[in-house]
Design a protein around this ligand. Structure first.
Ligand SMILES: C[S@@+](CC[C@H](N)C(=O)[O-])C[C@H]1O[C@@H](n2cnc3c(N)ncnc32)[C@H](O)[C@@H]1O
Length: 328
């Protein structure tokens, strides 16, 4: 179910996740997806060897993939096309648009994943979770629940972004330096005051390390420039790659500035201020004046597999079961 908020449609389940859930936002997520895929060298995940091993067909059972907070469903649908032998489930507060073509081995469920995922326990070979921290109040508890959804040999891939701009030397930008940073800064505070885990991106690595159910942590950090001000190592190829990602991110940021309007207005900021900040943020972005980076982290980790006399078993005591019904 969706509801209207300050001219945009948002999810009707929880106030914690305040970004829109409409066509405009889903188009922004599609652009962001292409940018992140480019950052991952064209793959849908980091560490291709590890993920491909986890998703290899296994005689006698179906490979299962869960995309948590699947949004527009772009990653979910692409992974389903890439692994036609797998069953892929995307779960989100809202379903993607019904006119998106979905392959037969892919389906979507509507649910608030912070209410518990025990119905998914010990089921998945890969759990992907990208940019969902806004909607999660307790990230450590959530990660623990996700760990339990893996079957032995399964892998979690978490991707998240920092909602702040960084200068060229990677220090944090001040809100006075950029109107777009001002929009991000006030939105960050608004999310924090709602109890959102928006600040957990940089803590994910440590949280995962602390969880005794998980092992073999892998970590990548990407600082992606906004626009075309950054040339990388200066070679034509590197310059082309950074400019391509920078342009995708610049496009994404235009949409992100608009997407944050309902949150800021809902938080009580005066409409004339909000509209002025967003208007100026659009001017900065259009004129390629934001010489900053946005940071994304990618964390991937395996389930610890305990070896017993009877064979292998994972962390949960229940039987491994196929997911056949919606949690609703
Ligand atoms: C920024 S979007 C990212 C979508 C997708 N993962 C991607 O990377 O394209 C975050 C998504 O997480 C979903 N989300 C946030 N909190 C959630 C929750 N508690 N339960 C289920 N989905 C949630 C939102 O509805 C939204 O679609």
């Amino acid at each position: 179910m969706k509801v209207e908020a300050h001219g945009r449609m948002v999810n009707g389940q929880t106030d914690l996740y305040a970004l829109p859930a409409d066509e405009e936002e889903h188009a922004r997520l599609d652009t962001q997806h292409v940018m992140l895929q480019t950052a991952l060298g064209g793959y849908l995940y980091p560490d291709p060897k590890r993920i491909e091993a986890a998703l290899a067909p296994t005689p006698g059972r179906t490979t299962q993939i869960l995309d948590v907070g699947s949004g527009a469903g772009v990653w979910t649908i692409q992974i389903a096309y890439q692994y036609p032998h797998a069953e892929v489930i995307g779960v989100d507060l809202v379903l993607p648009a019904s006119d998106r073509p979905v392959p037969e081995n892919c389906r979507f469920e509507a649910d608030d994943v912070t209410l518990g995922m025990s119905h998914y326990h010990s089921a998945f070979d890969l759990v992907h979770c990208r940019a969902i921290s806004h909607g999660v109040p307790d990230m450590e508890a959530f990660l623990d629940d996700i760990a339990d959804t893996l079957r032995p040999g399964g892998v979690i891939v978490l991707v998240d972004g920092v909602m702040q701009l960084f200068r060229e030397d990677k220090s944090l930008m001040d809100a006075s330096e950029s109107s777009f940073q001002k929009v991000l800064f006030h939105s960050y505070n608004a999310l924090k005051s709602r109890g959102s885990g928006v600040d957990t991106c940089l803590l994910l690595q440590r949280m995962m390390e602390k969880n005794s159910k998980l092992k073999n942590l892998g970590y990548k950090e990407f600082f992606i420039p906004i626009g075309t001000w950054y040339d990388g190592d200066g070679t034509l190829e590197d310059r082309r790659r950074w400019h391509e990602m920078g342009e995708l991110l610049r496009h994404d940021c235009h949409g992100f500035a608009d997407a944050l309007r309902p949150l800021l207005l809902g938080e009580g900021y005066k409409q004339e201020w909000v509209d002025e900040w967003i208007k100026e943020a659009h001017s900065e972005l259009s004129e390629n004046r934001v010489s900053g980076f946005m940071a994304n982290t990618v964390v991937f980790i395996d389930l610890v597999v305990h070896r017993s006399v009877d064979g292998l078993y994972g962390c949960t005591s229940g039987p491994i079961e196929r997911i056949t019904k919606s949690p609703l």
